[in-house]
Design a protein around this ligand. Structure first.
Ligand code: SAH
Length: 282
């Protein structure tokens, strides 16, 4: 493999690195380069083991132990990260997806600034991008949406966020990608229907996206709560709402590759004729 000129990791600094959604092939070269040089890899629950296996033999992998926002634990993680850096280590803070997308990377970076610790941010493929691609759902498609929204379905307190204007979102964003929403899927679907969207609108729940355990459940806003419960689909999961989900049967390249199936020549055919039918209804 050809190598690009990549930076060296200075002792006493921190790299805040996105690990992508799971598949190690989705790491960036900066992430791989950082893993090969780091003394300490401080990783989150969502980071796949196959990615930790790419750290150099000198690296101590330390579990940061946090699944969802808990203020006390978060400040302990930050303190630990700073203490390792002050001890002169090359500290790689490894987070699932992208560190600045629902990952508290912003808070950690601000803490590093306050502590006067040099750092680098290495973006990663966020689950809402990589997971959709692996499920065969385009985040945007010219015939479907000019807007896509990424929204959290979970607040630090564990409830559905009241800071989200679901009505405005439902009106403005034909495709909505919800992170951390599985637990509240019924309430989230209700909010989106209350915003004026059809109960028949397509929904996909993508569990463990891009890993060997990837599983996708297709449902609708009306049935999402019951279907999710009946299937026992596990987290981490993304919820995708919108007509883009209807392209999946034709674009599901991953299952096709696994099962030797051919893809449909015109995956949009169905969605287009549905749109035409809807338009012709008075
Ligand atoms: N920084 C991360 C998001 C962290 S919030 C990123 O950019 O992807 C955690 C949420 O991300 C989970 O609740 C889930 O909604 C989503 N998520 C992360 N990895 C996932 C995966 N492999 N499959 C499905 N959802 C995932």
């Amino acid at each position: 493999m050809r190598t690009a000129k990549l930076p060296s990791f200075e002792g006493g600094s921190v790299w805040l690195v996105g690990a992508g959604p799971g598949d190690p092939g989705l790491l960036t070269l900066h992430a791989l380069n950082g893993l090969s040089q780091a003394d300490v890899v401080l990783y989150d629950a969502l980071v796949d083991e196959s990615i930790l296996a790419l750290a150099g033999p000198q690296a101590a992998c330390v579990y940061a132990g946090k699944r969802s926002g808990d203020g006390a634990t978060q400040s302990e993680i930050t303190k630990r990260m700073i203490a390792f850096a002050r001890a002169g280590k090359r500290v790689l803070r490894l987070k699932g997806g992208d560190p600045f997308v629902f990952g508290r990377g912003g808070e950690e970076a601000l803490a590093l600034v306050s502590a006067g610790i040099p750092f680098r941010i290495v973006p990663g493929i966020t689950a809402g991008i990589g997971g959709l691609a692996y499920a065969g759902i385009p985040a945007t498609h010219r015939d479907i949406n000019h807007v896509v929204s990424f929204v959290t379905g979970h607040m630090a307190g564990g409830d559905v966020p009241d800071g989200v204007n679901w009505r405005a979102l439902g009106e403005a964003s034909p495709v909505i990608v919800i992170y951390m929403g599985l637990k509240h899927i019924g309430r989230l679907a209700d909010e989106i229907v209350a915003a004026g969207r059809s109960p028949d609108e397509a929904v996909a729940i993508i569990s463990n996206a891009t890993t060997e355990r990837q599983f996708v459940l297709e449902t609708t806003l009306a049935r999402a709560r019951l279907d999710a419960a009946a299937s026992g689909i596990p987290g981490p999961a993304l919820i995708v709402v919108g007509d883009a989900v209807r392209l999946r049967p034709g674009l599901d390249w991953l299952s096709a590759a696994l099962h030797g199936r051919k893809l449909d020549a015109d995956p949009l055919g169905n969605a287009r004729s549905r749109k035409r039918r809807a338009a012709s209804v008075p």
